[in-house]
Design a protein around this ligand. Structure first.
Ligand code: SF4
Length: 369
């Protein structure tokens, strides 16, 4: 089983906090789309399994693609891979791109899941983040998708934003009221090379304290669980049966092929990523870097992705794949976290309690080989 990821690193406007690879001018988009088809053709064979289970359009802003271009990629995937078991095709979208005309055109494609970058329902916060939409526009976009028949919608929200009072409560209330199938909640992080990083250096923005972060994370966890969402991964909440299949495949070590400037691929033993700039890529010059994973890398990766998920580390699997000594080492290192009530020890697994997921990075680091 494999998955396909299509990366569209273009944005009409750059958000204050964003350090993803993207460019703010869209003139090269048509040429990049052409080269992406070529890359798909040339690299389809790197996957050991040609059977796809999901396709994901990420970015950047994939909703800058026309419906025709979106379906063009999906049709090309059908020509190159066995897509008979593809059950999820997701498009990340900015709410303001979802005009009635765009949604109607999108409905003619095979996209069956939308992931909307809403981030906040407080217009002051949206302005601070330099987002292109307002809270009301975001709600209208979700309603429009519903009216068009979409029954699998995810929204992103950001918490841990300083300086706007208790804005999170309202954001959670309105997010829940939309009754979407999936919610991703991320803490606002300050990356050095962003406008937010500059604001922090100039003293114009003071990030929230660690204590506030923990309080807000817990507030998100409680509000969404109370509304019927399962907190199944550090940043992800789903209604029953609505976990993100594509992302879940990443977290369980499934192979994926990433196409486009900056996209990453994973083929079981190797990870590679496209280093070409958009300009270079548009000229047809596709460059990669890669690394071959050692057994230790595989183990650490398994520990990392497992402890970020509700299911946790399967100790029997660790023993089978990496040896009894690794199982014992992990069990021993986890003792202090179990005693502190952060990690739960089950029959043959160890899992971070969802309400303590914020500590998962520290737990992961202490359990690394
Ligand atoms: S739309 Fe997304 S990718 Fe583009 S700048 Fe904003 S956060 Fe970054």
């Amino acid at each position: 089983m494999s998955t396909l990821y299509l990366h569209i690193p273009f944005c009409r406007r750059i958000c204050t906090y964003c350090d993803f690879y993207k460019v703010g001018a869209t003139a090269l988009l048509p040429r990049v789309v052409e080269v992406m088809h070529r890359e798909m053709q040339e690299r389809a064979a790197v996957l050991h399994s040609p059977r796809l289970t999901s396709i994901y359009f990420g970015g950047g802003t994939p909703s800058l693609l026309s419906a025709r271009d979106i379906q063009g990629f999906i049709d090309h995937a059908h020509a190159l891979f066995d897509c008979s078991e593809v059950s999820e095709i997701t498009l990340e979208a900015n709410p303001d791109d979802l005009t009635p005309e765009y949604v109607a055109a999108l409905r003619t494609t095979s996209v069956n899941r939308l992931s909307l970058g809403i981030q906040s329902f407080d217009d002051r916060v949206l302005t601070f983040m330099n987002r292109r939409h307002t809270a009301v526009e975001a709600e209208a976009a979700v309603e429009r998708l519903r009216a068009a028949g979409y029954d699998n919608i995810s929204i992103d929200v950001i918490f841990g934003v300083a300086g706007f009072g208790n804005t999170l409560e309202e954001t959670l209330r309105r997010a829940v009221a939309l009754d979407v199938e999936h919610i991703s909640a991320y803490h606002l992080t300050v990356e050095e090379q962003t406008k937010l990083g500059l604001m922090v250096r100039k003293g114009e923005y003071v990030p929230v304290t660690e204590e506030q972060s923990e309080d807000e994370y817990l507030a998100v966890h409680k509000a969404l669980e109370a509304a019927g969402y399962e907190h199944y991964e550090v940043s992800n909440f789903a209604k029953q049966g609505r976990r993100a299949q594509h992302n879940s495949a990443y977290w369980t070590g499934v192979e994926y092929l990433g196409i486009g400037p900056g996209a990453h691929s994973f083929t079981g033993e190797k990870r590679c990523w496209c280093t070409s700039s958009v300009k270079q890529y548009a000229e047809g010059d596709i460059q990669f870097e890669s690394e071959t994973l050692t057994m230790r890398d595989h183990l650490n990766e398994y520990v990392m992705t497992s402890l970020r998920r509700k299911e946790g580390v399967d100790l029997d699997y660790v023993e089978r794949r990496f040896g009894a000594s690794e199982r014992m080492r992990i069990e021993s290192a986890a003792k202090e976290w179990i005693a502190a009530g952060v990690v739960e020890a089950r029959a043959s697994s160890l899992a971070v309690r969802p309400e303590r997921f914020l500590l998962s990075d520290a737990v992961i680091e202490s359990l690394f080989a």
